[in-house]
Design a binder for this molecule. Structure first.
Ligand code: NDP
Ligand code: MG
Length: 393
């Protein structure tokens, strides 16, 4: 039977790679595409919808609907817009769903896809950070499967295949160290958006690239590891590995370490999720370790990367702390991109919001419902905006 697929966030960096792999695998001849979604890039969304002969194309932005409709004229493909339309698209049953919307907005469609028992290829790490227990429980209840697409988590998942989780002593996820790994610390406060938006190894969307420079991305990934694999926080380590060829390592109780290596190309992790539980050839570069010669590792510097310490606080609190952390981070990142906050101010703002919201309410004890998560997210963003108005640095 033809596999039914949907790609949420199709016009982004992960979405483009997913589209590339599905087209190489035969496109509309190999898959029945239910939905493709984007936000502002309606030209590309319409092109993808036509190429895959999707049932529906959805833009997150209602202001873009008329344009999307015009671009799809005569194709027979439906057009829709807005957050509710994204969830409606996820309510159309599909076997395999790529969750590659950026930010908290990816959570509601991901949950809807799981409620229909889909295999959810999860690039949207914010879903696990904000709503880990809800996501995993929804998958369990509906017999759905979540496959990690973040390269480190795909690596851990692959290293764990056939292993007993009870024998895992530690999980080590690597970090390139981002754009500023070798900058003098006192220069970080003056880092510009353009400087933070250039990654030494990976080509990714702008937001995750800046989050790599601040290691907020790695902080999210530590929490993602905790939630996805149910590993105790003290067993999760971060290692700076500037070459970005070893994506993660799993340490077992007998002292053995299983590492996963590959070129820094997200099509590996996406393709692994697309072909799982089997493997198929992928158009990614093969590593020539003899040529590469050496791989280097070092511990992260806590003064350079305060986000890692904040992730530990979030894991100690759990409950709604992940939603607060992520919401405050997204608002702080908006402020940095808009020039309202220095690079080093992002961690300061997130720390302040976490402290204020922890003091006010029992973040750790609240029920993890979508409503509570949305409220926590909204409040965290509002507080962060208040802080950025006051120019915290
Ligand atoms: P991009 O910014 O490149 O793409 C984001 C996608 O989401 C686009 O399709 C965009 O539409 C859409 N979008 C933007 N805002 C909204 C919204 N409010 N509601 C619905 N859709 C929206 O991001 P990436 O592809 O880099 O990242 C996607 C996810 O994958 C993130 O969670 C990221 O952390 C994760 N990830 C990414 C990696 C990478 O290599 N890029 C690696 C590991 C994880 P449009 O462009 O049309 O405006
Ligand atoms: Mg990653």
């Amino acid at each position: 039977m033809t596999r039914r697929i949907s790609i949420f966030g199709a016009t982004g960096s992960i979405g483009e790679s997913t589209f590339d792999l599905t087209m190489r695998a035969g496109g509309p001849g190999a898959f029945h595409t239910v939905a493709v979604t984007g936000a502002r890039n309606t030209a590309r969304l319409a092109e993808m919808a036509r190429a895959l002969r999707a049932e529906v194309a959805v833009t997150a932005d209602p202001g873009c609907l008329a344009d999307l409709r015009a671009r799809l004229a005569g194709s027979g493909i439906e057009a829709a817009a807005g957050p509710a339309a994204l969830v409606e698209a996820a309510d159309r049953p599909a076997d395999w769903v790529m969750s590659a919307i950026v930010g908290f907005a990816g959570l509601p469609p991901g949950l809807a896809a799981l409620r229909h028992g889909a295999t959810l290829a999860l690039a949207n790490k914010e879903s696990l950070v904000t709503a880990g227990p809800l996501l995993m429980e929804t998958a369990r209840r509906h017999g759905a499967t979540i496959l990690p697409v973040d390269s480190e988590h795909s690596a851990v998942f692959q290293a764990l295949t056939g292993e007993d989780i009870a024998c895992v002593e530690r999980v080590i996820i690597t970090a390139s160290g981002g754009a500023f790994r070798d900058w003098p610390l006192d220069r970080l406060a003056r880092a510009t958006v353009a400087e933070a938006s250039s990654h030494p190894n990976w080509a990714m969307g702008q937001r995750i690239t800046i989050d790599s420079a601040s290691m907020f991305n790695k902080a999210l990934e530590v929490i993602e590891t905790r939630e996805f694999f149910d590993i105790a926080p003290e067993r999760i380590e971060v290692l700076v590995h500037p070459e970005s060829l070893v994506h993660a390592l799993v340490g077992f109780c007998d002292g053995g370490l299983m590492a996963h290596l590959g070129a820094p190309d997200m099509r590996h992790a996406i393709g692994y999720a697309l072909n799982w539980p089997t493997r198929a050839p992928l158009p990614v570069a093969r590593l020539d370790l003899g040529q590469i010669g050496r791989l280097t590792f070092r511990d992260p510097d806590p003064a350079r990367y305060p986000a890692l310490r904040l992730a530990r606080e979030v894991m100690a609190t759990r409950g709604l702390a992940g939603a607060v952390f992520n919401g405050a981070k997204e608002a702080a990142l908006d402020a940095f991109i808009a020039g309202r906050l220095p690079f080093t101010g992002m961690a300061a703002v997130v720390e302040r919001v976490l402290a204020r919201m922890s003091a006010q309410s029992g973040l750790g004890n609240a029920d993890i419902t979508l409503d509570n998560l949305c409220d926590a997210d909204r409040e965290a963003r509002a507080l962060a905006r208040e802080c950025t108005g006051a120019r915290v640095d």
